[in-house]
Design a protein around this ligand. Structure first.
Ligand code: SAM
Length: 205
């Protein structure tokens, strides 16, 4: 997985490559799909949601440029896999999931596998987590129609927001850096995520 899906596609951050090799992805994948846990694709995790493709997890993580001392917010816990990756690269991870069932399963697996610097919260992550802000990095693993301004407000200066923006047919992953004045916004790649459902996302359908 690491050589063919990540290195060959340009993932270069050695810390990201190491953690992608170390974290047991199959533990976060439902039994039915475990045989495919390291394949080059997203997989179903229940509630109509998915664990993201390994390459997408790696590139989003690389965009955060974590050094080890950061506090990071993830929006869209899903299986808990991305949170596990972040937890080995940052000091503290908060992760929000709107589906209670997924949050509770992720919490159990993260506990079993020994990731103890992660707090899983049930709620609408499109509003961020103002009580624990500001964050060095925020990563949104579901697609928003536009950038939730509250998430930029909850970043430190120099902090990064990694977020897919678009609609079900056309999405781009953005890397935004909060500057003293304004925001630097770079398009990273085209992508396909499930919708961010919430007050600052899409309305439940
Ligand atoms: N990061 C996950 C992983 O490692 O398995 C994959 C996440 S999946 C692509 C996107 C997740 O975002 C889904 O579990 C979905 O329920 C969640 N989600 C969507 N809108 C949300 C919201 N407003 N707040 C929190 N979670 C949300």
């Amino acid at each position: 997985m690491v050589q063919y899906q990540l290195v060959n596609r340009g993932i270069q951050d050695e810390r990201v490559l190491k953690v992608m090799a170390d974290v047991a992805r199959h533990m976060f994948v439902p039994q039915l799909y475990r045989h495919a846990a390291y394949d080059d694709c997203p997989l179903p995790i229940g509630e109509g949601q998915t664990i993201s493709q390994p390459y997408m997890v790696a590139i989003m993580t690389q965009c955060l440029e974590l050094k080890g001392k950061e506090t990071v917010l993830e929006i869209g816990t899903g299986s808990g896999y991305q949170a596990a990756i972040l937890s080995r690269l940052a000091s503290r991870v908060y992760t929000i999931e709107r589906h209670e069932t997924l949050a509770s399963r992720a919490k159990t697996i993260l506990k079993q596998t020994g990731y103890d610097n992660i707090e899983v919260i049930v709620g609408d992550g499109s509003l961020g987590l103002p009580d624990k802000s500001p964050f060095h990095g925020i990563i949104v693993t579901a697609c928003a129609p536009r950038v939730p301004v509250c998430l930029l407000d909850q970043l430190k200066t120099g902090g990064r927001l990694i977020i897919p923006i678009g609609n079900p047919y056309n999405q781009v992953l953005h890397r935004m850096v909060k500057l003293e004045k304004g925001v630097e916004d770079r398009d990273i790649l085209e992508c396909a995520f499930v919708p961010l459902i919430g007050e600052e996302g899409w309305k439940p359908g």
